[in-house]
Design a protein. Structure first.
Length: 262
């Protein structure tokens, strides 16, 4: 085993001058995540287990040396017409809240569409508020001086207005455009960015949440549909997963919830 190698044979990371900067002297980074944009980019990877993503951990992997992650904001919405997906997304929202993420939720509006050629009609739904929630979060945090550098994870051109507002109203704040895996940066957002970052599949794979985590008095478990492929192919003879670890006793009640409902 050569120098610079750990016990397991992995290379030890070399220390840089940034490692010696006290955390309170590092630039404050804020991560703002367009939940739908990131979700659909991960779906295209055909690896559903990567949807169960630890955003603060991912954020720490993409921010620059000399920065510390001060806050993480995730914007999304629940689609009530697709109950299974809604329940999975709700579990994910609770998991993110357990990790200290600010979750700003929008909603869907159902409307009727019509084909003018054949007269056929169908119900469709449109997501509302996510873009506004992200824009307001960036604007409010900048005004309150909660960050020095904003990392915005999206390739949706609707957020170009948010980027322009930040750079025109707070020129002292830096803006980093972050492209989800497999996506290209939006040129309208790029115009206002100080730096660009691309998330790759390996970074996402290294930032997956544990299968089970606790929030308050409830246990949150990864949705079955978001399990690794091998979990779907498990034999019927395989033993079921063990129960959650016991909750600490507080008074005379103890609550264990595997899948909290909205």
């Amino acid at each position: 085993m050569g120098p610079g190698s750990g016990v397991s044979g992995e290379r030890t990371r070399r220390l840089t001058p940034h490692d010696f900067i006290p955390p309170f002297l590092k630039r404050r980074a804020a991560l703002y995540v367009d939940g739908f944009n990131l979700h659909h980019s991960i779906l295209e990877l055909r690896r559903p287990e990567l949807l169960w993503l630890d955003l603060p951990r991912l954020g720490k992997a993409i921010i620059a040396p000399g920065e510390r992650l001060a806050t993480t904001v995730w914007v999304s919405a629940h689609r009530p017409q697709r109950r299974n997906r809604m329940q999975a997304l709700f579990a994910y929202e609770q998991a993110l809240r357990a990790r200290g993420v600010r979750c700003l939720m929008g909603h869907f509006v159902v409307h009727t569409d019509r084909c003018f050629e054949c007269g056929h009609t169908w119900a469709d739904s449109v997501e509302k508020q996510s873009d506004v929630n992200l824009a307001l979060a960036v604007a409010a945090d900048a005004a309150a001086d909660r960050f020095d550098v904003a990392y915005v994870v999206t390739t949706d051109g609707d957020h170009a207005a948010t980027a322009r507002y930040l750079k025109e109203s707070h020129p002292d704040k830096r803006l980093v455009g972050v492209a989800p895996p497999g996506r290209r940066h939006n040129r309208q957002i790029v115009e206002w960015c100080d730096r660009l970052v691309e998330i790759d599949e390996a970074q996402v794979a290294q930032a997956v949440l544990p299968e089970r985590l606790r929030r308050g008095q409830a246990w949150i478990e990864r949705p079955d549909a978001w399990a690794p492929p091998l979990a779907h192919e498990a034999s019927d003879d395989a033993p079921p997963p063990g129960p959650p670890p016991p909750m600490p006793r507080r008074g005379h009640l103890r609550l264990v919830v595997s899948n909290p409902q909205p």
